[in-house]
Design a protein around this ligand. Structure first.
Ligand SMILES: Nc1ncnc2c1ncn2[C@@H]1O[C@H](COP(=O)(O)OP(=O)(O)OP(=O)(O)O)[C@@H](O)[C@H]1O
Length: 356
């Protein structure tokens, strides 16, 4: 079997490579350049150390390595989507888009197509049920990344392998140390390249600009202060508002009037919702329930957290609604409602949250 191994130089993909070799595979290593070099080098992602480590790995294991560029594709899909969402007042999820459009999209179209499988160091797994392949959660529930994979297509899933998905992170680090991999002590990366290494607010300021507006208390309508553009603020945000006598939470945004609404207190009720509207729904491996007229028991996530919430999924004419068993906070439009089976094992798919 011919495997394309996506290696970033981080500990997870280094150990993934080590395990593939141990299992007798001879994968070809691909390092993807995605950091975009614009005129001022603003999005230039420092990748030298990553490439050095990946080159070291290719020598250690005697594997062919290619450094490939998907910078333009990254700009046209992930960066453009991020800027567009922010302008609309949404909270985008570039990691979700990067997986679907770049790592398993453009990469496969250009390079992966010649391989039987694509392996990554994601914390995720796959399972077969009645001959159908499903995306499934990682053994390490704390590190699980299936929420970032919840928009991939079935054709993409068919080719994917997640060799470290059955291991806890501590074991991954132990294997890296034992094999004396240079990535053993490296810190985990935070999110995707350009947002991980570039300050998010600087990025937004550069591409969306600033526009002053009011911060208003939702309950009283009182103007409490000024902000520099609703796009700098997200539902559930607590820090960075510059208000005294807090804590204050962003609970609503009016994108027409450029107003950010906040509520006061440690746990204001206005933060909570029982039902979460999704704009359409993407099933990765098809609809497992068949009869969509009846609510289905599910677990779900609305952001990248280890906890699964319990609820029911109800399909409507225009999309779907997650009805949560207990009220959930920080429901932000633009993020994804990721749906799992009732046991929190299989990831069925996701829909974009549609609420302002
Ligand atoms: N620049 C890159 N080139 C090739 N593959 C990449 C690159 N960045 C990420 N990947 C792949 O995507 C997986 C998940 O990426 P993520 O950014 O979540 O890194 P991570 O979980 O910190 O993993 P790692 O420790 O391998 O960096 C990586 O394990 C790797 O397989």
């Amino acid at each position: 079997m011919q495997i394309a191994a996506l290696v970033s130089g981080g500990v997870d993909s280094s150990v993934m490579l080590h395990l593939l070799k141990e299992q007798g595979y001879e994968p070809v290593i691909f390092y993807i350049l995605i950091g975009m070099k614009d005129k001022e080098g603003f999005l230039d992602c420092p990748s030298e150390e990553d490439i050095e480590i990946t080159t070291w790995l290719s020598k250690k294991y005697g594997l062919r390595m290619e450094v490939v560029t998907l910078q333009e594709e990254y700009w046209n899909s992930v960066v453009a989507y991020t800027i567009d969402s922010v302008k609309k007042g949404l909270t985008p999820n570039p990691d979700v888009m990067c997986n679907r459009m770049i790592k398993f999209g453009s990469f496969n179209d250009k390079y992966g197509k010649d391989f039987d499988a694509i392996a990554t160091g994601h914390y995720a797994s796959t399972q077969f049920r009645d001959g159908i392949k499903y995306l499934a959660t990682a053994k390490d529930k704390f590190k699980d990344q299936t929420d970032f994979l919840a928009q991939i297509t079935y054709a993409q899933l068919q080719k994917l392998m997640f060799p470290i998905g059955g291991l806890p992170k501590s074991e991954v680090r132990r294997i890296a140390a034992e094999a004396r991999l240079p990535s053993a002590g490296r810190k985990d990366s935070q999110g995707i390249c350009f947002l991980g290494k570039v300050n998010y607010n600087d990025f937004i300021r550069k591409y969306v600009g600033e526009k002053e507006g009011n911060i208003v208390e939702l309950e009283t309508g009182k103007i409490l202060g000024k902000h520099k553009g609703y796009w700098f603020h997200t539902i559930g945000q607590r820090k960075g508002l510059g208000l005294s006598q807090g804590p204050w939470f962003v609970v609503k945004k009016d994108t027409e009037e450029n107003v950010v609404y906040v509520s006061n207190g440690y746990d204001p009720l206005t933060q909570y919702r029982n039902s979460i509207q999704l704009k359409g729904f993407h099933f990765i491996s098809g609809n497992p329930w068949h009869d969509l007229s009846r609510p289905a028991d599910i677990t779900f996530k609305i952001r990248h957290t280890p906890e699964f919430n319990k609820g029911r999924l109800v399909f409507t004419g225009s999309g779907a609604v997650i009805e949560s068993e207990v009220p959930v906070s920080g429901v932000a439009a633009g993020q994804f409602g990721v749906v799992y089976d009732a046991a929190g094992e299989l990831c069925y798919g996701s829909g974009e949250i549609d609420w302002q």
